[in-house]
Design a protein around this ligand. Structure first.
Ligand SMILES: [Fe+2]
Ligand SMILES: [Fe+2]
Length: 153
């Protein structure tokens, strides 16, 4: 990212990054040794890059806020004491939890909620990303998760 892109990125996300509930994401692990906060920042950067390289012309506020908050579920999903049936497992349920928290703490609009709700597609079959910001974050999340997992092998 160039300096001006960095500035643009920070201008949009600083308000969120300074929020105590967002900071809590640093306490939970995403993949490997990567915290949920660092994973989410990496997804936002990746989505930003994809948007530019593919000339998607996405709405940057929707894209970056949705990306930063896509895993804003605020619990440790590795906790073995949480035993639940398959359809209630973390992979299926955390987008809804993250969406609820995003509405609760930031009152995010419908488009940002869509980005969060659909990011696990195709695992969550019926939550198909329908707009470009949701598609970019869905793709960026998988690219970043793959990178984080491979580096841990
Ligand atoms: Fe996720
Ligand atoms: Fe994620």
């Amino acid at each position: 990212m160039t300096k001006s892109e960095d500035r643009e990125f920070e201008e949009i996300l600083n308000k969120y990054l300074e929020h105590p509930e967002v900071k809590k994401m640093s306490e939970y692990c995403a993949h490997g040794n990567v915290s949920v906060l660092n994973h989410s920042i990496a997804v936002a950067r990746c989505a930003y890059d994809l948007n530019r390289k593919l000339k998607v012309n996405a709405d940057l506020d929707t894209l970056l806020v949705g990306a930063l908050l896509h895993d804003f579920y605020l619990y440790d999903w590795h906790d073995a004491s949480i035993r639940v049936p398959l359809f209630k497992m973390h992979g299926f349920t955390h987008p809804e939890k993250a969406r609820e928290n995003a509405v609760r703490y930031f009152d995010v609009d419908d488009r940002v909620q869509e980005v969060i709700r659909c990011h696990m597609w195709p695992l969550t079959l019926r939550s198909v990303p329908k707009h470009k910001e949701a598609m970019l974050v869905c793709m960026a999340d998988k690219m970043v998760a793959l990178k984080e997992t491979i580096h841990d092998r």
